[in-house]
Structure formats: structure tokens, C-alpha cells
Design a protein around this ligand. Sequence first.
Ligand code: HEC
Length: 182
Amino acid sequence: MRGIGCIGLVCLLAGALPALAATPADPSGGADLKSLGSTQPAKVQDGQYTDKNGDPTYHVTDGGKKVDWYTMSGYLRYNANCIVCHGPDGMGSTYAPSLVDALKGMDYAHFAGIIVGGKKDVNASQELVMPAFGDNRNVMCYMPGIYTYLRARAEGAVGRNRPPEHEPKPAAFTKAEDECMK
Ligand code: HEC
């Protein structure tokens, strides 16, 4: 994918690749972590944590104060692109549903489908429209992080407001970001 740049689904695939590439035998630093429950990290590679299904997940330490980089990035991207409808900290608004509730048990593929294609509930009494973000790189290039942040909110692992501390921004994140945004 290098050199082609990416739009829409190509970015989506680029986002999913680190998760797919992470195997315990990977010489580039993939590591097996103890897996306890569905949102527990099973692996970490280049600062991205994934659960046993390969879905992005959060890593919160220091009694809830410190988050992994993807959760931090997701918080920032959520505030740039989603807060206007879904409210501060994913809490929902009169127009759009709470994502703290919606993300409970929602896997990455389902989430990605909604973000790429949008969602509509239009009838005689209401017109609820979730826009499709498939052509918006500011969302597509950061989707694993947005999912990770909202997943952490849904599970109560991070509270409201900006996480006070975060793990360093991985070089692999910067590289993927540059490839995706160009
Ligand atoms: C213009 C307003 C608007 C923006 C911006 C927006 N959404 Fe939505 N979103 C909605 C509405 C309205 C719905 C409910 C649609 C329905 O009921 O079919 C929704 C639904 C959703 C759902 C499905 C919830 C469920 O219960 O199944 C997810 C997930 C979601 N949005 C995530 C996001 C994310 C992540 C962003 C930012 C990248 C975002 N939305 C930006 C309005 C918005």
C-alpha cells in the first residue's frame, strides 16, 4: 500500500493490518500478554494492543490515569469529529445516541461498518442520520484509536475528560499516519 496513499476502505485495511500482523513469533516485538476477558489485551505490537479476536483494545495503567497511545489519539479524534453530535466523552446528546452504551460488546468490524457507511433511522416522527465517513481521512486514518477510546469508555476503564497521561506515540503510528494522510 506504500506510495499509493489511501482513501476509505484502503485506509480501513491499513488500520487493521497491525492487528493482523501481530503474532507471538513476530521478531519485530509482538508479545503475548495474559488474556483474561474479551477486552483484555492478548497482544501488543508497536504500542497497539489487541484482544484475543485481534480487535484493537485499550491498556490502562496507574489506577486509570495512564492510557496507551491509541486511546489517547482516539480521545483527540473523537473530540474533533464526533463530539458535535455524540456529546462530550461519548455520553450522547438529544440528537445522537450515547456511544458509551453503544460500544458495549460491539466488535471492531461492526463499528467500522457504521463509521465507513453511516447509519440512518428515518421515519415519520424523526430523522436520525449518522454520516458516512468513508471518504474522510481525519476519521478513517484514526479509526482503531477512536474505537479503542470508546471501548475504554464503554467498559468504564477511562472516565470523563482528557486522560492525564499516555504511553509514548509509537513510531509505527506516525509512519502509518503519514502513509494514510498523504
Ligand atoms: C452529524 C451528527 C453525527 C456525527 C458527526 C457522528 N455521528 Fe454517530 N450517529 C449519529 C446519529 C444520529 C446516530 C444514530 C443513527 C441511527 O439511529 O440509525 C449515530 C450512530 C452512531 C453509532 C451506532 C450506535 C448504535 O447504537 O448502533 C456509532 C458507533 C457512531 N454513531 C459513532 C460515531 C463516531 C465514532 C463518530 C465520529 C467519527 C460519529 N459517530 C459522528 C450522528 C452523528
